[in-house]
Unconditional design. Structure first.
Length: 323
């Protein structure tokens, strides 16, 4: 038997119970060396220490926010991140072909030879893996309490979205390095194709091209907010062209300012609020992150192949998202 893979976990995380992960782990206990963590900072620190000891793979169990905490300790090292996707959306794991709560496939990826190098972008020094949102989508996340999410699940986004839709969003200005300015009421940035669940917002995005695909939306009404919320809770594999009031750009860096307090989210977690007179600087780190990914076709079931069939995806693309 080979060396056990160090697995970072938060023993108190509800997702470990709800996802079926704990039952799965009991049957695969010999594969891992459990490393309990107490906070996001502790998660990052322990990941960095494991990398410094020369671990080939450090795994983390959780959703996108947990993975980013582990990744922060591994960026620029020779240690690869192993993903155990037991969060709510697991967007990053879906993007890499591991899927959501597909623990056998995740383990096969960790034990295999395939890796993906991933660009890491930051917002005023805070890194994110998959996406960043500035405006109403972040405001929804800010207002959703753990209790509301526990009671209502994905419907919590709808209920909170109605409240946010009645608010007046601040105007946002994105300034590019050449001085070009784009203005809107919502900005979404993607390092990958997916934005929430399986919904594909950025068709041409890639993790390793050194760029962020960006949508600047300028529409102050409920329709565009619910388009964004629909993408956040969608589980259908659709290519979604969001709103006619959108400017798309592929960028390397930018700054963001706003005329009123502007909430923002990173990988689906509320990250803070930009105040008038301040700015957010979006930049790419010099070093990349190594991530373990499945070999081509590994662990793909007949049902997965059915979901990926072009005809089915075409039909899905014609179905409007209904909340």
């Amino acid at each position: 038997m080979g060396a056990r893979i160090p697995l970072l976990i938060n023993p108190k995380a509800g997702s470990l119970f709800r996802s079926g992960f704990k039952k799965w782990l009991r049957n695969h206990r010999e594969e891992f060396r459990l490393v309990p963590t107490r906070s996001a900072a502790d998660l990052t620190e322990k990941a960095a220490k494991l990398a410094a000891k020369g671990e080939a793979v450090v795994a983390a169990a959780g959703g996108d926010g947990t993975l980013m905490g582990a990744a922060a300790g591994l960026i620029g090292t020779g240690t690869a991140l192993g993903i155990v996707p037991c969060g709510t959306m697991n967007v990053f794991a879906r993007e890499l072909g591991i899927g959501s709560r597909r623990f056998d496939r995740a383990l096969a990826a960790m034990k295999g030879d395939e890796t993906q190098e991933v660009d890491i972008f930051t917002v005023n020094g805070k890194p994110f893996l998959q996406m960043a949102g500035f405006g109403p989508d972040a405001r929804v996340i800010e207002l959703i309490t753990p209790l509301l999410k526990k009671r209502m699940g994905a419907a919590a986004h709808v209920v909170t979205g109605i409240k946010v839709a009645l608010e007046a969003p601040p105007m946002i200005t994105m300034t590019l390095p050449d001085g070009e300015q784009l203005r809107g009421t919502q900005i979404i940035m993607g390092n990958g194709k997916r934005y929430g669940g399986e919904a594909h917002l950025f068709a041409d995005a890639a993790f390793d091209d050194g760029r962020l695909d960006t949508a600047v939306i300028n529409q102050e009404n409920i329709a565009v907010l619910f388009e964004v919320l629909g993408l956040m809770v969608s589980r259908g594999a659709t290519q979604h062209n969001i709103s006619d009031f959108t400017t798309l750009r592929s960028i390397k860096s930018c700054t963001i300012t706003a005329e009123a307090p502007l909430p923002y989210q990173l990988d689906g977690d509320y990250a803070g609020s930009l105040q008038p007179g301040e700015e957010l600087r979006i930049e790419r780190l010099a070093h990349k992150l190594k991530v373990k990914i499945p070999a081509a076709g590994e662990g793909i079931t007949p049902f997965d192949r059915l979901l990926a069939h072009p005809l089915l995806n075409t039909l899905r693309g014609k179905i409007n998202l209904v909340l």
